[in-house]
Design a protein around this ligand. Structure first.
Ligand code: LLP
Length: 405
């Protein structure tokens, strides 16, 4: 890490090829004997280097925007292995995805189904559609990332979904062969996934009884990872093997959309101590990464372990680890017991591979960090650090575009 910092500077996201591959394979191998597809959820980390690594391993992709589709295609992903989720797909995005020939649309409202049918008709396409059903099941996670309750904006209630499936001939340009569900993220209690599966299976059976043959089930993502040293996240292999068991013999192709559990533990945010600052009542470690680089602590009060790259075995101190952004909410850790560190030391903010860089912004006119992918003893830069020029790209002072002047 010292070498990476020296070569590429800080703050910098650093990812492990090996960990990403191991996590992806844990899903794939556990589902191996079933017809299945692992669609990595691009929103967790959509950098081209990561997408290309996963595409080469054979992954499909779960996308939620035209931009994510563009990224997947640029990274060499197979459009036939793409599912498109999200409550607000625009006509332009639907058209782009149809023209790209993606594998399935996970529709979240009747209006969306109507629009997709119309556009598919114009393009003489007939895509596979899954209705994303809302199982009205609660999960123990941060309220901002739970999605499976009936008052959440996601999915279609079972009854309404059943009506649409039974009315399929109203939508002649769509193939209603699939069903999907996603109840939230950072879930530790895997029992809840099986509860959902059971509920969705019951609907699948009802629909089959009524002549609507659903042959594909997409259970979404959501498996949690350990952010704290003393946490024990569920094992990917056990979870996926359980799923395989549950759908065995049901005549279904199983899709899943994991994001965090594949890339989360595979990444750190590498940052350098700029100052130590002792205030009246506490101590601050001011680092060169901030909430604009990793917003999870500020937004979800989430915990990320922070460890010195070189542990000099000094005494433990109690401190807030904060960035340079002008907000009290700009912290990476609060009241954290950690080894004493000095100005210039490097720190690793752990488990930052998912929902880290993707949620970064230019707040306070801070260029976004570099990203580095490590494979064995090699480190390659997969995203350059932004420059000041990047910060103003596309802006003009008087409204005239530069090309016109
Ligand atoms: N599929 C759908 C439809 C989703 O909405 C999500 C995540 C996933 C799959 C992937 O879930 P995962 O396996 O990564 O849990 N920014 C938040 C997390 C938001 C998750 C949104 N949806 C965070 O930093 O915790």
């Amino acid at each position: 890490m010292s070498e990476v910092a020296q070569r590429f500077g800080t703050p910098c996201y650093v990812y492990s090829t090996e960990t990403i591959a191991t996590n992806y394979r844990a899903y794939r191998d556990a589902l191996g004997h079933l017809p299945h597809e692992v669609h990595y959820s691009v929103k967790a980390n959509g950098s081209l280097g990561i997408l290309s690594l996963l595409a080469n391993l054979g992954a499909g992709f779960d996308i939620v925007s035209g931009g994510e589709l563009f990224r997947v295609l640029k990274a060499g992903g197979d459009p036939a292995k793409v599912v498109f989720s999200g409550v607000g797909k625009t006509a332009a995005e639907l058209e782009y995805a149809l023209r790209s020939g993606i594998g399935s649309f996970n529709c979240e409202s009747q209006e969306e189904v109507e629009l997709l049918d119309k556009i598919a008709g114009q393009l003489e396409a007939r895509p596979v559609v899954a209705l994303r059903v809302n199982p009205d099941i609660s999960t123990e996670t941060h309220p901002y990332i739970a999605t499976g309750l009936r008052d959440h904006k996601f999915g279609i209630p079972f009854k309404a979904a059943e009506r649409i499936y039974r009315d399929a001939e109203r939508f002649p340009h769509l193939r209603f062969e699939s069903i999907s569900c996603h109840i939230g993220s950072q879930i530790f209690d895997t029992g809840v996934f099986f509860e959902v599966l059971e509920k969705v299976m019951a609907l699948v059976e009802r629909l089959r009884g009524a002549g609507v043959f659903i042959c594909q089930l997409d259970l979404g993502g959501g498996l949690g990872v350990s952010y704290r040293r003393d946490e024990n996240a569920p094992s990917i292999a056990e979870y996926a093997a359980g799923l395989a068991n549950a759908v065995e013999g049901k005549d279904l192709r199983l899709l899943i959309e994991p994001g965090r559990s594949i890339v989360g533990p595979a990444g750190i945010l590498l940052t350098q101590v700029v100052y130590r600052k002792i205030a009246e009542s506490k101590e601050f470690i001011v680092v060169d990464a901030a909430m604009n680089d990793l917003i999870r602590p500020a937004l979800y009060q989430s915990h990320h372990e922070i460890i010195p790259v070189v542990d000099r075995n000094l005494e433990v101190l109690n401190a807030d680890v904060v960035g340079p952004v002008c907000e009290t909410g700009d912290f990476l850790a609060r009241d954290r017991r950690m080894p004493t560190v000095d100005t210039g030391d490097l720190l690793a903010v752990c488990t930052a591979g998912a929902y880290g860089f993707v949620q970064a912004s230019n707040y306070n006119a801070r260029p976004r960090a570099a990203e580095v992918l490590v494979e064995g003893s090699k480190a390659k830069l997969i995203r350059e650090r932004e420059s000041y020029e990047d910060l103003i790209r596309g802006e003009t002072i008087d409204g005239d575009s530069q090309s016109a002047s």
